[in-house]
Design a protein around this ligand. Sequence first.
Ligand code: FAD
Ligand code: DLZ
Ligand code: SF4
Length: 522
Amino acid sequence: MQRPVPPLQGGCGVILRLILGDQLNINHSWFHEPAKNVEYVLMEVREEATYARHHIQKIAAFFGAMQSFAEDLRSRGFAVRYLTLDDPESRGSFGATVKSLLDSGRYDGFEYQAPDEYRVREALAETARRVKVRTQVVESEHFLVEPAFFQKVFAGHKRYTMELFYREVRRRYGFLMEDGEPIGGRWNFDAENRKKLPASAAPPPPLTFARDVTSIVDRVRRAKIPSIGSIAPTAFGWAITRGDALQVLDYFCRELLPHFGSYQDAMHTDHRFLFHSRLSFALNVKLISPREVIEAAIEAWRGSDGAISIEQIEGFVRQIAGWREFMRGIYWARMPEYRTLNFLEAARPLPHYFWDGDTRMNCVAHAVKQSLEESYAHHIQRLMVTGNFAILAGIDPTEVDAWYLGIYIDALEWVELPNTRGMSQFADGGIVGTKPYTSSAQYINKMSNYCSGCFYNFKDKFGERGCPFNTLYWDFLMRHQEKLEKNPRIGMGYRQLDKMAPADRTAIKQKAAEILDQIEEL
Ligand code: FAD
Ligand code: DLZ
Ligand code: SF4
């Protein structure tokens, strides 16, 4: 419900503070207490809803979370304007809308929190240059470390490594540390995080909500915003308020953390979420902070009296204190050129089944259909199924980025880009990771039950039903031999290739050419 904005008068020091859709942090110092002569604005704008072809659940989650946040602020006594997509004052973009509000003469100052995305940071800096009022940019007060910390960790180093960075973050916060040493005697229990889900395992269902977002979906449809995927608008399941997010965190610590690490990399046709937390959206829009998530999980681990083992908690802490912050560091160290990198010169268009899931490759069909229905796939589905296929097939990383940026509820460029273009597509030539994350069907079969129900044969690479991942895996190594063979982390692949009979190498090349020729029909 839209309540009237209290009458603040311009010309007497009224400040306009912009809150972006991913800045819903109630613990930000802006919100310690209602300030006189400060008006907050949240805005649904066409440009944000269309810079990628977003999943309808992603748009509903952002607008729903923004609306709830505005209501929360109002109930605490803050003066808030909420501009819906169809509000006549919404001018289609952050910059144009802010400019038009400021040009009204109602405000004497403009403040905003530093945006996490380069695109938006540039746009708002440009707006700030064009308006006549005093402008101030403040920190968003969310992340564990700032880009300067990242730069300091890697000063004098030839390359970035997640492990080095992660250790420094743990030292700084004392996460899982005792007397300056990592608890458990090791920094990283990754080797214990790779179990296949046993047939008898029954992961608990995800904790979901049943909010009615019909009015949002209607508004998006009326505005003819293109979207992908499906939604049940009367029973929207994602956490979109801080209260929801805290419940999801509590549920994770009680029900999922005990097995999180062990089955972190597992995939299963019957279990879409396994032991994953589903906290990425709430984290990325700042409903909840990385520090409180990590501290709650560590407390649950400590209180479990050994029932939760060290590899479960360390695996979780590493994702948030390590990977999430590391990706942000890379993004800000390497933008804007990062989004143009294409080390492997990949240029093929994304095949149709990324949009409809209609393929005989069971793993891809499952990962895509799930993504279209849930706006979610977990890390290994993103990396080792869709991402793996895209890199092996040589898909243009710009098309791959656009797909990931649109389809996932948690997708914001600062975290999507280093994960997709960097970690998954190796288009950065090894800035994020030390080697391309590619695999044949062997890995997918080891970590999932996808292959047993597949049209293709996971053991074959030559025949009519030979798994495309197998053929393309070896063909990829041959195609990029010049660029990759000196990489010590891929050495084993090339040694195996050396041992392969020349006739087999030729057969693989021929079969791969056929597969790529008929990529739309796989
Ligand atoms: P969990 O498995 O429960 O992990 C806990 C938290 O750790 C996540 O919520 C997330 O905040 C963090 N995390 C885990 N892995 C990563 C990672 N590699 N990078 C950053 N944070 C991580 N994550 C996004 O938040 N937004 C994206 O746009 C995004 N795009 C991705 C694209 C590709 C190609 C790949 C391989 C990964 C991507 N990820 C992205 C990382 C990861 O897949 C998601 O964070 C995770 O699946 C979210 O689900 P969850 O909350 O259940 O995570
Ligand atoms: C993702 C998204 C969408 C779909 N729509 C909006 C919007 O209308 N208004 C808004 O403030 N934010 C939206 N967002 C999230 C923004 O893209 C995100 O806040 C910026 O990119 C800053 O990183
Ligand atoms: Fe995927 Fe190949 Fe396994 Fe089929 S056989 S599920 S295409 S890896």
